[in-house]
Design a protein around this ligand. Structure first.
Ligand code: PLP
Length: 442
């Protein structure tokens, strides 16, 4: 039955949605402030997912809205090819000042995109172009990892490891995958990083032996995989991956679309793990989700190597109409200010213990097979109903929403990633509402 405030649902082809199922029983959000959405019928919904992992400073931030409005009336748009505008240089400089890993990591060159998917495809292209520019033109292969999610561009689905994103579409040639690191048996219910599986980084050696290092441009991983069920890197894994990739002249790309901008309790996962890649992809929290935008942080070494031809030559034949969009830059600059004024890039660290205790407190409820937390992220994995993978997760998602809590599901794993302003009492409410829904879905 359609709700009173429901518009016609006919024409909008919804992304990553079972359109017919949704349109038969829609869930429509109408407003958002702080930690809460309001649906079209006026019900409050506690945001357990920061929208889609992006509204890190909470909803309806005046400062961001004002900055965007001002910019739109000052200059709404400017071309980004062979032209610039001050605000995009300013934003790049401010980002570089807070770059992943600090100044010594050297990830201070910023390429703007319109989304996480575009950031991923951009990083893959930069990696291949870089290899060519240093005389390594045979390195065109890119390596991803099973159970990785890198958006939906053809590059991203090729290096990604989600079967449903891949089976219908043709993929980039020459791509291969590391084994995933999820060891549900040996690491279940572990608090902190998994003990087992650091040695899986050696899988890169296997791919080097199989394909030859001289064919491989880059390897891309999420430091913490979010969309495929919150998978934490085993102890030592990222360090080992860094060492092996460096040894073989393979660029390492961290996809920080989810982990960037404070999600783990440090500004970036690079800071959390102390492992420095060559390229970092970001989006989402970059503008607090207020406007679409992504950014790739590249090392100075990568950038400088590309600046070697005649000065009149375009060094990287790549870019988007909306690269460095003025209004998105304004949103991003204001977002950085909010993050800094409120200490949000490290706030998750202050509440991480409370978060971990609240989530692990669900252990023992029906069908829970694992609980994983880091920073302000949690994955609660449930066993699947016989012959109905994902059905239990979906039921819990709908039930939570109807009771006033927004969670995310991938398969039968519930993922939580609230805005970084979340209060301890709200964490407790989330845990208790989710627990009740899990019991009802038993
Ligand atoms: N990379 C990662 C790690 C992501 O989690 C996502 C989205 O969730 C993307 C890339 C794609 O971002 P977008 O949906 O903005 O294209």
């Amino acid at each position: 039955m359609l709700m009173s405030n429901t518009p016609s649902l006919e024409n909008y082809w919804m992304p990553f949605t079972a359109n017919r199922q949704f349109k038969a029983a829609p869930r429509l959000l109408a407003a958002a402030k702080g930690m809460y959405y309001t649906d079209v019928d006026g019900a409050q919904v506690l945001d357990g997912t920061a929208g889609l992992w992006c509204v890190n400073a909470g909803h309806g931030r005046q400062k961001i809205a004002d900055a965007v409005a001002r910019q739109l009336m000052t200059m709404d748009y400017a071309p980004s090819f062979q032209m610039g505008h001050p605000i995009v240089f300013d934003f790049a400089q401010k980002l570089a000042a807070r770059a992943p890993g600090g100044q010594e990591a050297g990830l201070t060159k910023v390429f703007f995109t319109g989304s996480g998917s575009e950031s991923v495809d951009t990083a893959l292209k930069i990696a291949i172009a870089y290899q060519r520019s240093i005389g390594q033109g045979t390195r065109t292969r890119v390596i991803g990892r099973e159970r990785g999610y890198h958006g939906v561009g053809f590059g991203g689905i090729s290096v990604g490891g989600l079967v449903n994103n891949r089976r219908v579409f043709p993929l980039l040639p020459g791509v291969d995958h590391l084994r995933h690191t999820h060891d549900a048996v040996r690491n279940s219910f572990v608090k902190g990083l998994p003990e087992h599986g650091g040695d899986l980084a050696e899988d890169l050696e296997r791919l080097v032996a199989l394909h030859g290092a001289e064919t491989i441009a880059a390897v891309i991983v999420e430091p913490v995989a979010g969309s495929t069920g919150v998978l934490l890197p085993p102890k030592g894994y990222l360090e080992r991956l860094r060492a092996i990739s460096k040894k073989h002249g393979i660029l390492l790309i961290f996809d920080e679309v989810i982990t960037g901008f404070g999600r783990l309790g440090t500004p970036f996962a690079v800071d959390y793990f102390g492992v420095v890649p060559d390229l970092v992809t970001t989006a989402k929290g970059l503008t607090n989700g207020a406007l679409p935008m992504g950014a790739v942080f590249a090392s100075e070494a990568v950038y400088e190597a590309m600046m070697n031809g005649p000065e009149s030559q375009i060094e990287l034949f790549h870019g988007y109409t909306y690269s460095g969009h003025p209004a998105a830059c304004a949103a991003g600059l204001a977002t950085l200010e909010v993050y800094e004024e409120e200490g949000l890039l490290t706030r998750a660290a202050d509440v991480a213990d409370h978060w971990q205790d609240a989530m692990h407190g669900l252990k023992g409820l029906p069908n829970i097979v694992d609980i994983r937390t880091i920073g302000l992220v949690a994955g609660i994995e449930l066993s699947s109903r016989p012959d109905a993978a994902g059905a239990r997760g979906y039921d819990i998602f709908v039930d939570c929403f109807n009771k006033g809590l927004l969670v995310r599901v991938t398969g039968d794993t519930i993922a939580l990633s609230p805005p970084l302003i979340v209060e301890r009492e709200q964490i407790d409410i989330m845990a208790s509402m989710l627990g009740e829904a899990i019991k009802r879905a038993a």
